[in-house]
Design a protein around this ligand. Sequence first.
Ligand SMILES: O=C(O)c1ccccc1N[C@@H]1O[C@H](COP(=O)(O)O)[C@@H](O)[C@H]1O
Length: 216
Amino acid sequence: MSDQLIKICGLTTGDTIDASVDAGATHVGLVHFEKSPRHLSIAEAAKLRSRVPDHVQVVLLTVNLQPKPTSEALQEIQPDVLQLHGAENPEWLALIRQNSNLEVWKAVGVKDRGALERAAKYRDSAHRLLYDAAAGALPGGNGLALDWRLLLNHRHVLPWGLAGGLGPHNVADAIRYTGAPLVDASSGLESEPGKKDPAKIAAFCKAAREARAKAA
Ligand SMILES: O=C(O)c1ccccc1N[C@@H]1O[C@H](COP(=O)(O)O)[C@@H](O)[C@H]1O
């Protein structure tokens, strides 16, 4: 049995939610960010959320969303995890934690070691840091990888995960090289922006689990 955490993000249909669950994803991600090709309205996200079995965690991804719409989204969608993928500060995360029992993840764009060091400011407010490439056209979901060498010998202050440009072709190398306890992929599992490919989802989960089993 593998303890590799695997998040499939940016799901927009019931069949790709099912494909992710069947493939053994531990987390499924729903994006509520209008500029994204993977954007879901609150009602759409709530409908997809209801399809996810209890053993799989639902991650709601937002970007610099204000407090009122955030609390409306949380109330309707009832995610297990809130992933903040913008410029949200530690005080904002602390406020969310004061008002909910949610697990809160902070995505951090990493272009150099300084970015990793600065992420320590979330040590008391986030449950997990998610390292992604520095923002491209969008704050995330660009299929860009960060330089994994930056993570070598880094002293992690929190549980963490690796995102950015991952897919079936490189997830095993990513786990072997960085030891990432959680891997997260979106655009690398698509046939076109916003359209997930069930075969790529299955291949990604299999490759991630096998790499973890070999590393153990
Ligand atoms: O997926 C999006 O459209 C998105 C929009 C805004 C912020 C983050 C977004 N996606 C997340 O970015 C990382 C890396 O994605 P990729 O695998 O490189 O495409 C991941 O957490 C996505 O869920």
